[in-house]
Design a protein around this ligand. Structure first.
Ligand SMILES: C[S@@+](CC[C@H](N)C(=O)[O-])C[C@H]1O[C@@H](n2cnc3c(N)ncnc32)[C@H](O)[C@@H]1O
Length: 212
């Protein structure tokens, strides 16, 4: 299967949604993100509400959860089906700005616009040859001091994909090379069972310098 080419096109993802081979969809928000957000509600805020970009948002479960907690969320996906689903599942208490776009084609007007970028299973869906380019985009989308929350999956060494594997070292290298500084990392204890032991949460902040 020539997925390293196919994944660059919405058609591959449309086909997965249409066939029901969208097993990445957890049907609701990601437990580790719910935990981060509940800490915020209990006054132990790690992330105060701000403008948040969710690339490759799929049906938007995580995007809506952050919106419900007061974040101003822009959710991006290039699959028309995913976008239609985000619109269908929208609720008044979780307003989203929904963009149907390739993440690599977002307008330069969005550079420096975000306090946060939230990535869960977008990075592993991207053609691995485009990871450096993707890391550069993440850095560009963030304000100086903005935070990149990356729940890495799958951190193993299997061949092929999607999901395409990465090591923690590769993720750290890619994003620090783009001017992001690691603030914290943790192995979530609350990964869903099928992903347990394959995930790590990385939190980076954008430093002053970002390559153009
Ligand atoms: C593995 S799914 C993950 C969806 C969602 N993050 C989740 O956890 O349910 C990857 C999603 O990213 C989208 N996607 C992949 N490459 C993309 C790109 N270059 N631009 C925009 N969306 C992309 C796909 O359409 C798909 O909805």
């Amino acid at each position: 299967m020539n997925d390293t080419i196919d994944v660059n096109s919405p058609a591959k993802w449309e086909a997965d949604y249409a066939r029901g081979t969208d097993g990445w969809d957890l049907g609701g928000p990601t437990p580790a993100f719910l935990r981060l957000l509940s800490a915020q509600q209990q006054g132990r805020a790690r992330f105060r509400p701000g403008r948040l970009l969710v690339p490759g948002a799929g049906r938007g479960h995580d995007a809506r959860e952050f919106a419900r907690h007061g974040f101003q969320v822009t959710a991006v996906d290039f699959s028309p089906y995913a976008v239609q689903e985000m619109r269908r599942l929208a609720t008044p208490d979780a307003p989203l700005e929904i963009l149907e776009s390739d993440v690599f084609a977002l307008p330069r007007a969005l550079d420096g616009a975000f306090d946060y970028v939230l990535d869960y299973t977008c990075f592993c869906a991207i053609d691995p040859r485009r990871r450096g380019e993707y890391a550069g985009r993440v850095a560009r989308w963030l304000k100086v001091g903005g935070v990149y929350i990356h729940l890495g999956f799958p951190l193993d060494a299997h061949a092929g994909g999607p999901p395409f594997a990465a090591s923690a070292g590769e993720i750290l290298n890619l994003f620090t090379q783009q001017g992001l500084r690691l603030l914290e990392r943790e192995v979530p204890f609350d990964s869903v069972p099928q992903r347990r032991g394959l995930e790590e949460l990385f939190v980076f902040a954008r430093c002053v310098f970002v390559a153009a």
